[in-house]
Design a protein around this ligand. Structure first.
Ligand SMILES: *Cc1c(COP(=O)(O)O)cnc(C)c1O
Length: 363
């Protein structure tokens, strides 16, 4: 069988290697790897197995459906889900041994009706997003402790999430986190898993590692922030496509909608069958380049839904040649973080937005 013309090659050994690098950079008792959003676009099951092979002892996802999919795939590692539908009962999840990150009293009451639920209390210490709100935390923790002592739920973890606004902001979140820990302690609850840091805070702030850290983006080889682009992790996704047509343009010929680009001299262009429907950010129009036979060539003209056009000048190019769109930059391929710069976004958005037409091929 020939390879599909658009393909994301997923190097699961690289995900494992990245997790090992990260465990070395931010060592603590437990390592959770986040495999939400289909493993940041890499395939949830592939990412989960690779993370465990790299030494992760926990997996994390946003919602229960994602967790159940991993259980159906036969993944039985400790697994945490923390973003819930309004009517979520947690019955199926707890029966499947999924640990629940609870943020509201309603979550606690629903969990209390489940069979032996394991719970991590999720509190908002300043991110202002998911987690029990500041004004609700005291009552939330009190009720959780009550249900814990009544044997209705097992409070095994306490979690929060940093905003990364500044070192001071993250430290002040840590202080609030520790205040809640003290409140739980006073109520006779000692959660084994205490976790505040995602990739950036885990690497930047040793004091915020507590007993577990949660690595997401860097497990896939991307940087959570520009100052963390040299940690030694490498991209595990390589997006490739075939050249499907070549042509010679004359001086003055325009390419793609609105002729944002015109050839100033006679040149060869190659047509690549990927566009914004496949996850190529349209906002990178005018900035992007791709690699062909180890050499960089500019993407010219408007990035369209299905197609991009590459100007190769007088270089040799043939239908069927492979173009590397993003991946490990060792051979000249653009890094996903470079695409993020071109599109004025973050690498997270580049890898998580691969379209349905792209075949994922795991090795
Ligand atoms: C997505 C997510 C993470 C992972 O963040 P990265 O920046 O990708 O490391 C960690 N914790 C929570 C609660 C998340 O939602």
């Amino acid at each position: 069988m020939t390879a599909p013309m658009r393909r994301a090659l997923i190097d699961s050994a690289q995900i494992s290697a990245n997790v090992e690098v990260l465990r070395g950079l931010a060592p603590t008792d437990h390592t959770l790897v986040v495999v939400k959003a289909n493993g940041y676009g890499h395939g949830a099951e592939t990412a989960a197995r690779a993370a465990l092979a790299g030494g992760a002892d926990w997996l994390g996802v946003a919602d229960v459906a994602e967790a159940l999919e991993l259980r159906s795939a036969g993944i039985d590692a400790p697994l945490l889900a923390w973003l819930h539908a309004p009517d979520e009962s947690f019955r199926e999840a707890t029966a499947a041994g999924v640990t629940i990150g609870a943020s509201t009293l309603a979550h606690l009451e629903a969990l209390a009706l489940c069979d032996n639920p394991s719970v991590h209390l999720k509190i908002d210490t300043g991110l202002g997003r998911n987690g029990a709100g500041r004004d609700d935390t005291a009552a939330f923790v009190a009720r959780a402790a009550e249900l814990h002592h009544a044997g209705k739920i097992r409070v095994e973890g306490l979690m929060s999430h940093c905003s990364g606004t500044s070192r001071e902001a993250d430290m002040s979140q840590a202080e609030e986190f520790e205040n809640v820990m003290a409140d739980l302690h006073a109520r006779g609850v000692e959660p084994e898993f205490r976790h505040l840091a995602a990739t950036a805070a885990a690497i930047d702030h040793p004091s915020l590692r507590y007993s577990m850290v949660r690595f997401g983006i860097a497990a896939y080889g991307l940087a959570p922030a520009p100052h963390l682009r040299n940690t030694g992790v490498r991209p595990a996704m390589r997006l490739e496509a075939d050249v499907v047509l070549t042509k010679r343009l004359r001086a003055g010929d325009g390419v793609s909608y609105n002729h944002l680009w015109r050839a100033d001299e006679s040149t060869t262009v190659a047509l690549i069958p990927v566009g914004y429907a496949d996850g190529i950010p349209r906002a990178a129009t005018g900035h992007a380049s791709v690699a062909l036979n180890g050499q960089r060539f500019p993407v010219v003209g408007r990035i369209a839904m299905d197609q991009i056009v590459v100007n190769v000048g007088d270089a040799q190019v043939a239908v069927g040649d492979t173009v590397s769109i993003w991946g490990d930059p060792h051979d000249g391929t653009p890094h996903p973080d470079e695409w993020a710069d071109w599109a004025d976004t973050i690498g997270y958005e580049i890898v998580t937005r691969l379209g349905n037409r792209v075949s994922r091929i795991s090795a």
